[in-house]
Design a protein around this ligand. Structure first.
Ligand code: ATP
Ligand code: MG
Length: 256
């Protein structure tokens, strides 16, 4: 059965897209069948995997979510054999406005994904930095949420709102949703505040914080401009090792 994991945090720039791309690629390299869905109108995952959504692109998540095409009609084969993608497009912003009064507007993605998800071992959804309708759709379609956290001073402040949204989705449209865990990203052990915030996270959320820590690594920020996951861009980098370890931790936690 395909496990659907949303990568979500309404705080911007915390490493959601980097985590979505590199977790998906690492799981695929570990011989899992993986689908990555770009659920952010910024389309950073789409371009980060070397697909440029031009203005006349008509097979993206937007067309899928408004029910114009099936999700299988939007699939793209990426450079990694086991990794497929549903791309995004700036048009996706229109979904929130156009669907405002529609019934079932929170479950459009779930309805599209349900018939396809069991073709994969994992489906990874890259969410946008918001808690709007598209993110609610992502949470409604998911089995669990990975929350990337950058260990900065304000990192913990927004988490309450995110956990509240997750709990609302659990009480309403998706009672099966769980929190997979918190992932510390862009960690720099020489920065005292990083160590402090990481310790605070672990003392508060205990084993909900993944053992794997993603270190700050310049190669991770370079890879998207080459349209590649880190493992194809620089296989011996810390970024590759960190995300492979994270993928192994996810596999370990989800062992049947
Ligand atoms: N471990 C890392 N080391 C160095 N740079 C990183 C790392 N992780 C992410 N970055 C860089 O930090 C920036 C923000 O990362 P990313 O785009 O993954 O965040 P995001 O949460 O998806 O942002 P948004 O909220 O805009 O969608 C990017 O330039 C990315 O390349
Ligand atoms: Mg992003």
């Amino acid at each position: 059965m395909g496990k659907v994991i949303a990568i979500s945090n309404q705080k911007g720039g915390v490493g959601k897209t980097t985590t979505a791309i590199n977790l998906a690629a690492s799981l695929a390299v570990l011989e899992k069948k993986v689908l990555i869905i770009d659920a952010d109108p910024q389309a950073n995952t789409t371009s980060g995997l070397n697909f440029s959504p031009d203005s006349d692109q008509k097979r993206t998540l937007y067309e899928v979510m408004i029910g114009k095409i099936g999700l299988e009609d939007a699939l793209i084969q990426t450079e990694i054999a086991n990794l497929h993608m549903v791309p995004s497009h700036i048009n996706l912003v229109g979904f929130e406005i156009e669907m405002y009064e529609e019934d079932g507007k929170e479950t459009a993605l779930k309805r599209a994904l349900d018939p396809v998800k069991d073709n994969y071992d994992f489906v990874i959804i890259d969410c946008s930095p918001s808690l709007g309708l598209i993110t609610v759709n992502s949470l409604a379609a998911s089995d669990s949420v990975v929350i990337p956290v950058q260990p900065e001073f304000f990192a913990l402040e927004g988490l309450g709102k995110l956990l509240q949204t997750i709990s609302l989705v659990q009480k309403g449209i998706n009672p099966n949703l769980t929190t997979e865990g918190f992932l510390i990203t862009m960690f720099d052990g020489r920065t005292r505040v990083h160590t402090q915030v990481a310790n605070e996270l672990r003392s508060h959320f205990k084993d909900m914080v993944f053992n794997t820590v993603i270190q700050r690594n310049i190669r991770l920020s370079e890879a998207p401009s080459h349209g590649k996951p880190i493992i194809l861009y620089d296989v011996i980098s810390n970024g590759t090792t960190n995300y492979l370890n994270f993928a192994k931790e996810i596999l370990e936690r989800n062992k049947q």
